[in-house]
Structure formats: structure tokens, C-alpha cells
Design a protein around this ligand. Sequence first.
Ligand code: AHR
Length: 644
Amino acid sequence: MASCSLRALFDVMVYSIVIHFLAFQHFCADANSTLVVNASNNARNISNTFHGVFFEEINHAGAGGLWAELVSNRGFEAGGQSNIFDPWTIIGNESSISVSISRSSCFERNKAALLMEVYCGGHKPCPFGGVGISNPGYWGMNIEQGKWYKVVYHVKSEGMFDFQLSFSGVDVKKVSSNILHVYGHGKWKKVETILEAKATNHISSIQITTTRKGSYLLDQVSVMPPDTYMGHGFRKDLFQMVADLNPKFLRFPGGCYVEGDYLKDQFQWKDTFGPWEERPGHYDTWGYWSDDGFGFLEYLQLAEDLGAMPIWVFNAGISLHDEVNTSAIAPYVQDALDGIQFARGSSSSPWGSARAALGHPKPFDLRYVAVGNENCDQASYEGNYLYFYEAIRSAYPDIQIISNCDASNSPLSHPSDLFDFHIYTDSNNMFSKSTHFDHTSRLGPKAFVSEYAVWKTDAGNGSLLAAVSEAAFLIGLEKNSDIVEMVSYAPLFLNINDRRWVPDAIVFDSYQVYGTPSYWVQKLFIESSGATFLDSTLDTKSDKLIASAIIWQNSTDKQNYLRIKVVNFGTTTESLTILINGLNLNVKQYGSTKTVLASNNVMDENSFLEPNKVVPQTSSLVNADKDLNVILSPYSVTSLDLLI
Ligand code: AHR
């Protein structure tokens, strides 16, 4: 299992040397391997929820990522008890303005507000454009021509206030505002303004300025773009990248993020719902402030919007550096029960009614929960786990409970429906792990492989090499899909400006996004959920080939396909003969395709400049038949879809 303490490993990645050693050797291919697919015997169903995604608040995946809020540190809380308010900056010099943190906000659970003393504007006019503050968001706000942005802030002043709002580098038109040139009367006021951008700037900042002398308190400043997914607050391009993976489940919100460095830093679901202004926010394990705009309800909504089952990982009374003794675990257990009720209780139940009051009376489809993350070795885990298990089983007998303890080699000493399995390793080992579950007992709980990835040298920032061996691992999981119920990759997202953990599936900045080769491998496997797995035998002298076969139905054209996936993890081109036995239907020549993921160099990666350098290429399969031959490039993943 990986450890959260390894999170800074990317700093020491030196992988370019390896490229030379791994350069391909192209040899002529002999017809040296044969795959016999048996379509009549031993077919079995793969779980409907086989492929999903793992969303962790890491690398600014949510705050500054999928959650579309553009202001960073919107409540001025990120500095804790200090007087620091990064990334806000001051516009004006000390003779015209001073700014400090005041703990006098109207919001009880987040008391920090910004005190802005403006000295100019009386007898001494303010500089042109005024003085005030500016926020660059998360490494620049993507402000786009023609779009409307909703700006909200809370302000308190004795006298009149008339703040000007602007985006740097962008002309704006004020479309509407609920407040103009009013007296504050010493009371907090919420101001909402809609601004239309007259130009595009991908790295803009919001500026709040004034030319009026006075003392102002400012708090909870938000800028939301108008076009989030279904108005639910998710950045559309990033949402679409996830939706394209057609995930059947969403594991959230971490990872180590669930645990926190200390228990006080854990993700506390009860602090993350309700009006965004009132959420306290918290420091997360990955070294940055989460304002928790992306809270428990938003995670559940994300799963629903994706058509994926939510899998909630909750804290097991254990953080990275402290833990609760089992004798004191009761409040944690109650918190988990309350969270389950919030998610799926009827709208007349105490917590279900809180959800309903927030606009979602329909219960969410929560059927799986995980007790902790990577906590099996901790002293209090098993004791704590049993309390959670018994309470949840008795209140919600249908909920599937996931243990952190690995049962792939030996049985668990406690009851559970599934066990969590994580693997971060090098590419050779990942390839060899394709047989890991071959010998797992079929009598125990099923496996949830919820984090897997090749990392460090072999992965770089997301290489073909990593992706090919991960494809081999996934084929191994398909072969063992009688015991492996669900699988998801390492973290979904990386904001390129805050690389806390590599590898990740989707890389983005304020306005661009691309998938790593590992993302594209996942896309090649999404049809396996709910497919029929076929028995097959590979006869080969190569120890670098692995293959599997499924029958799946395309939901768009409603046609059935026999899909064969083959990984060549070797340095040489291979020739593979495929024989399909026991298939009553004919393979149709027209409509069958071949998709290949390969590249010129194993260490090739995608990037903003070349987002499609390593992506699958699909072509017609002209020789489609029950008996065919296919050439496999070195370090490649090949997927044949035979229309039947
Ligand atoms: O995926 C990054 C981290 O790796 C997760 O937070 C943790 O579960 C694993 O160690």
C-alpha cells in the first residue's frame, strides 16, 4: 500500500535516463502466439459496477479544479490565526490603504474577515482606479468573453460604500447588482453583482476597489462562472472528462484527505453542507485550504450527475498522526450513521430532511461505504471497524461495508463485504500483478481495487509505459472479476500548478485539460462493466503478453461486440493468431474495429502542447473473422471489437 507521507515524491523524479534503455527494438514478427477464445463455456458476468473513479481532494482537484469557484481563500480563513491572507494582494500603498485580518465576521464558524482601512478619498484623492484588494483565484481566473460571472461579497461599513468590481485584463459590463452606493449603517450586507466579460483572459484576477475613504470589513467573496454542469457548480470541461469514463461508481472524498494529518483536520461532513458562506473550511492533508464549497452534498450530487454510485469513505477514528481508542469511537460511529441518513434517508428522517431542505428530497443511491483509508495496520482499526460494521449492518442491512484490510492473500479476522486494495508500484511489478488475484480465496469478501497506478520513474507525469502495464493489470482484474468487484485508478485530477501527487488521470489548469495515457487506458476498459467475460487461453513463448475477451452491448447502436484486449508489454513486435470457438453468430466484416494505444517512445506523455500524443487510434478491422491475425506493436494495448 502507498503511504500519504510519500506525497512529495514527484520532487525526486528523474526519469529521462530510462528513456534510452527502454527505446523500442523493432523486430520482424513471427506468428508466434495464439489466443483461443471459448465463447460457449464458462462465460460469466462481470459486475455492473466494475469500473469507476476515485475522486480525492488532492492537487487542487476540487478547490481550484472541478469545483468552479474562482476565488481562492474566499473567506480569509486560510491563514489560520495569523494575519496572512494569501493569495489576496493589496492595491494601493500604505499611505492610502491598510489591510489586516479581523476576527469579527458575521459568520460564526469562520470568524476571519478582512479589515480594509482606506485613507484616501477625503481631502486626498485616491489614485486613479482606486485602492482595494485583488484575488488571482487558483493561479489565474479563466474569464471568458461574453460570459456572465456572479460576484458575491459580504461587507460591513459605517458610511457609504461603493466598491468597483473588475477583472484584470478584461473590460466588464455590470449587468445587474442588488446594491449600489448605499450606506452600510454598521451592518453586514450581502452584495450580488453580475458582470459580463468583454474580453478573454485565462489568468485574470478579481479586483475590489474604492475611491471612498472609510473602514470596511469584507468577507466571503465568491466569483462563480455561469456555465457549470447543470448549474451544480462543476466545471464543465473537467466534468465531461470524468463523464466520458462512464464511471459506475465514485469513491470520495479520499484517500488520505479523509484522514487528515491529525483528527482535527479530517473531512467532517457536517461542516460541509448548507450555505457556502457559513462553512468553516479546513486545512487538508495535502497542504492547502479547502473552503468546502465542494462538500458532502456536492459529492453526492456529482455521483448522481455522473450516473455513478457514491462510495463514501469516512474517517475510522484514525488520522495520519493520531487515532481514537475504540472505547471512544461512539461519536464517530454516530457521525457515519448520520451521514448515511443524510445521503439516503427519507426526507422525513432527521438528516434526510436536512438534505431535502437543501433541494434534494430524493435519497441518493448510497449502497457502499468504506471504513477508513489505508488504516488496517493502525492499533485501533479492527476494534473501531467492528463498531462501525455492527452499527451500519444493523441500521442498513443492505449497505456493503468495505474494510481497509487486504484479504487477497489471507482471510480477514473480521466480517466485511469487500476489502480495499491499493497498489502503487513500478511497471514490471504492475504487469506481474495481473495474476495477483488468481489465488485469492473465492470464499471471502470481494476485492475493491480502489487505487492502482504505476508511479515514480516509470510513470513520469503519466507515461505510455505506465499505462500499458496498468492495462495488463486491468486485464488480470477482468480475469478475476468473479472475486474483484470494482476497480478505480489513482487520483483523478491534477491542477498542474500544484503537483502534490503524480500520477493522476486528468491534468488541467485554469482553462485547459488533457488525459494522461492512463486515462485513455481506463477508457478502453469502461465497456467491461456488466459485460460477459469469456474464457480464453493464450499460447505464447512471450512472458510479456496478456489478453482477455468479453461480449458487451453498445448502448448507442444496441449492437453486440466481442471485444478482445491484448497487451504487449515487451520490446518486440508480436504476431498473434486469434481463434474464436463456440460462437454461434458470425463476425461481421463491416463495423468491426481495432483500437491501439502506442507511441514512438515508452516514456511519451501527453501535455497541454500535445494533448493527443498518446491516445488510442481506432480503425476498421478489415480481416474481422472468427480466425484472424493481428500484429502487436511493442508496448501497446490493442482492443479489437468484433461486431457479432
Ligand atoms: O492517491 C493518493 C494517496 O495514495 C491516497 O490519498 C492514499 O489513499 C494513497 O496512499
